[in-house]
Ligand binder design. Structure first.
Ligand code: HEC
Ligand code: HEC
Length: 354
């Protein structure tokens, strides 16, 4: 951390000159603000949770380690088998993969290059989220190799749409260290989307090969596993959740209905996690791990920082589709579209008050 040094050094120098006490004081305030900023953010609970993010969790063991453990128990051979079938089915020279049409090969070279430039430091070469910076970050960068993405427009069992990933890469995830990449042009961002999809499919394939081997204590049929993965990502199998009705009027009556639903323990159930005022302090707030095995807290909704966006349509999507891999499930079906809009209006009113 370089930044806090500057104001302190500056203060020492200016104090030696006479008559600059006020300036020096200002620099100190600036320095202290710099140091305090991360803690203020933590209080708001928009991006940081208590817990040990410096190591990978039991559910997030690096693939190579997982594989080595298997070979210790069941004998060598699996690693080599997975490596060669991964090359055959998900390698970038694979005619089989090309024929499935699951990956737009045209975008891969640029996708790979831009991933090397902008993403490896956090998401790592293989996409397992264990880049050199990962151990300092909370929440941790996403491990793409599970095929699990939080902010999508698809139902709970579906992989993300290309445009979901595009939106994440474009806008970043506010309140986490995932930056926005608006300055990388559109075409390059689509190339990145394709590369992330490919990393994800390949990772899922290798992991499922390993998991299947653990379960059956023999090396599985690679073609069968490859078919399963391709099917998961096929556009026909991605069910999208759209706003069912156009936005209803955002008036006090809608906000009041939203508040009631938010606190209704049978219907909205939001307050059990987010607390009655939406501060992220509900009775169950401290109890959760995400599906990657890291601690996660319900968001403080009064802070007005939303990773998947604060616009009406964004919040609608978040409530309807849920946040995959987290305790925040989908409310599509459980709530009518009009009820979801009431909740959106209530949530927006929480940060507007501030
Ligand atoms: C400084 C670290 C950092 C860099 C650089 C970074 N990311 Fe991320 N990324 C994160 C973090 C942290 C998360 C997880 C946030 C969360 O869990 O809410 C994330 C999440 C994601 C997600 C998952 C979103 C979801 O719905 O689950 C995608 C996709 C993604 N990043 C793509 C990229 C791409 C592509 C690049 C390079 C262009 C990149 N990231 C660069 C830190 C980073
Ligand atoms: C079982 C616990 C639980 C329930 C019930 C729940 N949430 Fe959440 N919610 C969470 C967690 C955990 C997060 C933080 C996810 C993350 O960090 O990625 C979250 C995040 C959010 C976000 C922030 C999304 C963003 O883009 O950053 C909104 C908005 C939200 N919840 C609204 C609601 C509403 C409205 C309800 C009720 C219909 C609700 N939640 C019910 C656990 C819950």
């Amino acid at each position: 951390m370089q930044a806090p040094k500057r104001p302190f050094g500056g203060a020492a120098v200016t104090r030696r000159r006479r008559g600059s006490a006020a300036f020096s004081g200002l620099l100190w305030i600036f320095g202290i603000a710099l140091i305090a900023a991360p803690f203020l953010r933590e209080r708001d609970n928009i991006g940081s949770y208590a817990g040990d993010f410096t190591r990978t969790s039991e559910k997030d063991v690096p693939f190579a380690e997982d594989l080595a453990n298997y070979e210790k128990d069941f004998g060598a051979g699996l690693a080599a088998a997975i490596a060669s079938s991964s090359e055959e089915y998900f390698g970038l020279e694979s005619p089989w993969l090309r024929d499935t049409g699951a990956v737009d090969f045209f975008r891969i070279p640029s996708g790979r290059l831009n991933y090397q430039i902008h993403c490896v430091g956090c998401h790592a070469e293989t996409g397992d989220g264990g880049g050199p910076a990962a151990r300092y970050l909370n929440p941790r960068p996403r491990n793409f190799r599970k095929g699990l993405f939080k902010f999508t427009s698809t139902d709970a069992s579906s992989r993300p749409q290309r445009r979901d990933l595009f939106q994440t890469i474009t806008r970043g995830l506010a309140g986490s260290s995932m930056p926005e990449f608006r300055l990388v042009n559109d075409e390059k961002r689509w190339d990145l989307v394709e590369y992330v999809r490919w990393l994800s499919m390949k990772g899922e394939f290798e992991q499922l090969m390993l998991d299947d081997a653990y379960e059956n204590e023999e090396i599985p049929d690679a073609k069968e596993i490859a078919d399963i993965i391709i099917k998961r990502w096929h556009p026909a199998n991605l069910r999208t959740i759209y706003p069912g009705v156009a936005e209803t009027p955002k008036d006090q009556a809608s906000i009041d209905r939203g508040r009631a639903l938010f606190n209704d323990s049978n219907k909205g159930t939001c307050s059990t996690c987010h607390g009655p005022e939406g501060r992220g302090d509900g009775p169950t707030a401290d109890k959760y791990l995400d599906d990657w095995g890291y601690p996660i807290r319900p968001r403080d909704l009064t802070a007005g920082t939303f990773r998947a966006g604060a616009e009406g349509a964004d919040l609608y999507r978040t409530i309807a589709a849920g946040i995959k891999g987290t305790p925040m499930g989908s409310f599509e079906g459980a709530l009518s579209p009009e009820e979801i809009w009431d909740l959106v209006h209530f949530i927006q009113s929480l940060s507007e008050k501030r």
